[in-house]
Each structure stands twice: as structure tokens, then as C-alpha cells.
Design a protein around this ligand. Sequence first.
Ligand SMILES: [Zn+2]
Length: 226
Amino acid sequence: MQTTTVTPDITQLTRLRFVNAFLVREDDGFTLVDTTTSGGADGLIAAARSAGGEIRRIALTHGHGDHVGSLDALKQRLGNTVEVLMPELDARIHAGEKVVEGKLPGQWPKLKTTPTTRLAPGDRVGSLEVVASPGHTPGHVSFLDTRDRTLIAGDAYTTIGRTAVTNHFYWRFPLAAMATWDKSKDLESARALRALDPAILVVGHGPVVRAPGPALDRALTEAEPS
Ligand SMILES: [Zn+2]
């Protein structure tokens, strides 16, 4: 597990070189945003303890396997006191409901864990504000740290190589576009996230981007359908 200090309140945890989760400090311990692929539970719990706290809640940007992969194992180890928060539509998809027409791209693994809370835009998770950013998946959300405007953008953007919107293929990380459900909604969400004017951008795949305005503007220009 590679750890990167993003802000005094947020630590990025990276597995397999390109899959990120985040520890977000709150008064009672940590919110873990995303869980990486399977096999990460012990490392994520150890990272929280070495950062000085326990994981109190797990908030998910979306339901894909490289974000919910260690959820069941974490729930098993942390017990029923841990709260699990998943965006409404992705939780319904995991519950077996057909919420959109046609085939959903990306990997949707079978989960034993039922979320405690279904997230809606505008909800608060400790210091984080839930921001709608559908497109990569139907329910995809991002999290804005209201303390310092750090944005956890999930898979709306990737930053491997450079900042890119996941609505189109970018050779450094084509997987993200392959897994994207609705490319025009994804681009619309990417624009809305840019409009939040984040101070720092972190994402599911790729390094931290500080003062990301120019990188986001260039990524949006490149993402326009030609
Ligand atoms: Zn994804």
C-alpha cells in the first residue's frame, strides 16, 4: 500500500500502482472513500491505524469492482458498526434492480454487503459533500471536502499520464472509458465538477493534481466530441 498525503485531512492509498482509495479524517476517526480491488482490506485497515484512527464509515463513488472490491472483507473485519454509503442508483444495481436500459459496462461483482445508506447529491458524509457526477456509472458521485475544496472525483476523470475525462479513450488508461456507461452524461458531469473550482483533484486512478484548473480545462477541451 503506497500512501500519499493529499492534505492534513486526506491520505491517498494506492494499490497495484493505479487503484486509489482515500482516508478522510473526521473527529471520530476516518471515512474511507472507495475500497480498491479485492484483497485490500488488511492493508486499508492497517493504513488507517498507522494514520491514527479507525475506519468509521465507507463511502463509495460508484459500484465498479475496482472501487467496491474489498468492501465485503472490510465489513467482515470492521463489524456492523461501520457505516456503508453507496450512491442510490449504483446501490439499486447491486441489489439486482434493472435501473437502465441495455447492458452496463464495467465490472459489477456480487456483494454480500448491503449499504447502510443510499447517497443522494447534496448529502453530507462528515466534512464531505456528495456531488452528483453520473455518466461513468448511473449513480456515480464525487465528494468535495468542504474544509478546503479538495475534490475526490472517482472515475469522472483519470490522472494517469495527464488529467483526462473518462468519456473518451486515452491511450495511457483506456480501461476507464471502456467501463463508462453514458459518455455524454460523463462529460456533462466533468464540466460540473470543473465548475466547483476544486483546490486539489484526486481520482480513482492516477496521482494527485494540485491547483487543477488548467489541467481540467485542457482535459475538457480534449473531451469535446469532434
Ligand atoms: Zn469505474
